[in-house]
Design a protein around this ligand. Structure first.
Ligand SMILES: NC(=O)C[C@H](N)C(=O)O
Length: 686
């Protein structure tokens, strides 16, 4: 017998569980006795309608692998449960390509709360499930009746058709018992969710977790680490106003999350709230009042929910290993969050770092700073890290991250504190718990993992996953044949290689190479990575590309070579390097003459040296027959004249008017240059 906390009884419950297309199945009752199973004419199985059961609207997965169906019976409010065990798990996904299946795990939170006798909001068992079928924008009863006939009341819920989306979302709700205000949730609840996803992973296209907002970002962060090699969409959402109230934000959040979970493959743990779909481990709850209660301060939302739903595929963080989905449920509870404040006492720090503490997120000022004049604190932190406690430095600021630019920050690194970069404290804390739970990793590996980007949770500048772009774009363009993927790769890889070149990231270039990227590939302007590297003047990357066979002779749409880019930058070291690799001047000598003369007229000493290093003849005339020496003399650039003479240019060439450089110097009455040129032309007179 069970009564709701407001004293009334709900006569309904559970059971539209997704036991679909399971080939052979036995059901067992509470005493583990076998009962018959139900099977409908649509190839779906769910509990056989029974006269006794008034409604069947959810299911609970148990740790022993059984599924528990709890029902209330008309008339006497008695609650009964039955257990079912799948003997063989077939592929339970729908065979209908116009549908997708989403499992909704309802853990509690405001979304399903009602006011109790004390007029405060608290979770209300069965209330949400009971009402969902009544909301026409959340359940299409006509479709359900057509599809499931008499069994429609017990069948999964059906989201009405959504214009612009390919699939109709069919969803089943699993309600947790007890339902929790998220402030009451703990590590064990995260484990329960993770295990439930694991258990039903093969049966659904996507997963939606209804959750209270208060600790939602902690759960999202924890799950992002616990769900390893995730290949399906997992979304967590909730609301600020219960779904039963007129102004609820719950329906919009719930509906948008269902649409995304059923129609988009975003293999991440995401948070859907307000107008944004965000990477879960990047989110923070930023408002106790606003409906837009969550933010992702250091990374843009994966999708924006407006009149249309726009997913930015480039932002999806995909697992890069060929490994099966698995769940890591061992989390270490000996972690803590210590917020530094002015005049914090040594006693506080000491107490916090005492055993059994194994990992601490230190919330520091600004870009990761602590009072560096507090030797007592520093010594304590140093002692803790040398005892093997992992201390991660995260900022107290609402956005940005740790960046050791101050002495007050670098002191932490010196005491063995590691950087949390731009991780949220929720992500850092749950990651620490996850990493410490990896018994197979030695301490050094655990520390390295804390600083590595493993689920898109931090930006360290060390790890990137751009190579997934080809896959992401292929999906969005619905390209699947190997030929199409190859073509796409040929288009995208140059862009990715060029991005790596711009970042000066050799490691990333190595990774791209290992993924089959052609480092010599050209972009739409026919520019190679080498040209970009020369343009930005990164000697090391130029050398790397040359050693990896990128041609120095490649020309872009404007016929420019890498050497020309290096000349434009007056990067003499790169010019020498390119020349060692067989590079040479290209283009018409007339044009070269123009360039040389233009540089000479402006007194660009360095530019002429660039041309010289590139093998240009500094006596090359322009179309009017004037050489750089003519222009240097005409414009009175004495040093340049000396430089040109030193580099053995022709001294007495005449232009189309029959004038020599000396004539120009005399016409402009530049006595110093006249003297220099005269002496060079008539050395005997010296
Ligand atoms: N909006 C909410 O869901 C807040 C509620 N206290 C919870 O976290 O469960």
């Amino acid at each position: 017998m069970m009564e709701c906390s407001n004293g009334t009884c709900n006569v309904q419950v559970l059971l539209h569980i997704p036991i679909m297309q399971s080939d052979s199945e036995a059901t067992v009752n509470e005493n583990n006795n076998v009962e018959s199973d139900g099977k409908d004419g649509f190839g779906l199985k769910y509990d056989r309608p029974s006269d006794e059961v008034s409604k069947c609207e959810s299911v609970k997965y148990r740790k022993d692998g059984l599924t528990q169906f709890t029902s209330k019976f008309n008339g006497n409010n008695e609650r009964r449960s039955s257990l079912r065990r799948n003997v063989s798990k077939g592929n339970l996904m729908s065979s209908d390509h116009t549908e997708s299946k989403v499992l909704v795990i309802y853990t509690g939170g405001t979304i399903g709360m009602m006011r109790n006798e004390n007029n405060v909001l608290c979770p209300m068992p069965n209330a949400l499930i009971k009402n969902l079928r009544k909301y026409p924008n959340m359940h299409d009863d006509n479709y359900a009746q057509k599809k499931y006939g008499a069994a429609a009341n017990m069948a999964p819920l059906v989201l009405p058709n959504v214009v612009g989306e390919n699939r109709r979302v069919i969803y089943s709700v699993t309600e947790y018992d007890p339902l929790l205000d998220s402030s009451n949730m703990s590590i064990n609840d995260w484990i329960r969710i993770a295990e439930d996803i694991k258990q039903s992973y093969e049966f659904f296209d996507g997963f939606l977790i209804l959750h209270g907002t208060d600790t939602l970002s902690y759960t999202a962060s924890a799950l992002s680490f616990m769900l390893e090699n995730l290949g399906k969409t997992v979304i967590i959402t909730g609301s600020q106003i219960p779904i039963f109230e007129t102004r609820t934000d719950g329906k919009d959040n719930f509906t948008a999350a269902l649409i995304v979970a059923g129609n988009y493959v975003i293999p991440e743990v995401c948070v859907m709230f307000g107008t944004k779909l965000m990477r879960g481990n990047r989110t923070v709850k930023v408002s106790a009042n606003c409906l837009d209660a969550f933010n992702s301060p250091n990374t843009p939302p994966i999708a924006k929910i407006g009149i249309s739903l726009n997913v930015d595929y480039r932002l999806i963080f995909r697992p890069c290993t060929v490994s099966k989905f698995s769940v890591h449920v061992k989390l270490d509870e000996n972690v803590g969050l210590l917020r530094i404040f002015p005049s914090i006492s040594l006693a506080t720090i000491k107490a916090f770092l005492n055993p059994p503490m194994l990992g601490v997120v230190l919330q520091t000022f600004g870009a990761g700073n602590i009072p560096s004049n507090r030797e007592d604190i520093i010594n304590e932190l140093r002692a803790a890290t040398s005892r093997g406690i992992i201390i991660v430095n995260c900022t107290q600021c609402a956005s940005g991250g740790v960046n050791e630019i101050y002495e007050t920050g670098s002191v932490l690194r010196e005491c063995g504190v590691i950087s949390g970069f731009d991780m949220t404290v929720e992500a850092a804390l749950t990651k620490l718990s996850y990493v410490l739970g990896k018994d197979e990793w030695p301490l050094e590996t655990k520390k390295q993992m804390m600083e590595q980007n493993i689920r898109g949770e931090l930006t360290s500048g060390k790890t990137t996953h751009d190579f997934d772009l080809v896959d992401a774009v292929a999906r969005s363009l619905q390209l699947s044949s190997p030929h199409q993927l190859l073509q796409l790769g040929a288009t995208l890889f140059p862009a990715m290689v060029n991005a790596a070149v711009l970042q000066g990231d050799k490691e990333k270039l190595d990774t791209l190479k290992s993924y089959g990227a052609d480092l010599s590939a050209m972009n739409y302007d026919n520019r190679t990575a080498l040209q970009i590297a020369c343009c930005i003047g990164n000697y090391e990357i130029v050398k790397y590309l040359l050693l990896n066979g990128v041609s120095v002779h490649s020309r872009d749409r404007n016929d420019r070579t890498a050497l020309m880019e290096a000349i434009s930058k007056d990067d003499h070291e790169i010019i020498k390097l390119l020349m060692k690799c067989g590079s040479h001047m290209t283009g018409s000598s007339r044009l070269l003459g123009e360039h040389l003369c233009a540089a000479a007229s402006r007194g660009l000493h360095k530019r002429l040296e660039s041309y010289r290093l590139a093998g240009a003849d500094l006596s090359q005339p322009d179309p009017s027959g004037r050489t750089p020496l003519h222009l240097a003399a005409l414009h009175g650039h004495t040093e340049l004249v000396k430089y040109l003479i030193k580099n053995h240019v022709e001294l007495d060439d005449v232009d189309l008017l029959g004038l020599s450089p000396l004539d120009y110097a005399m016409k402009t009455k530049n006595e110093e240059i006249v003297k220099i040129l005269s002496e060079k032309l008539n050395p005997s007179k010296e």
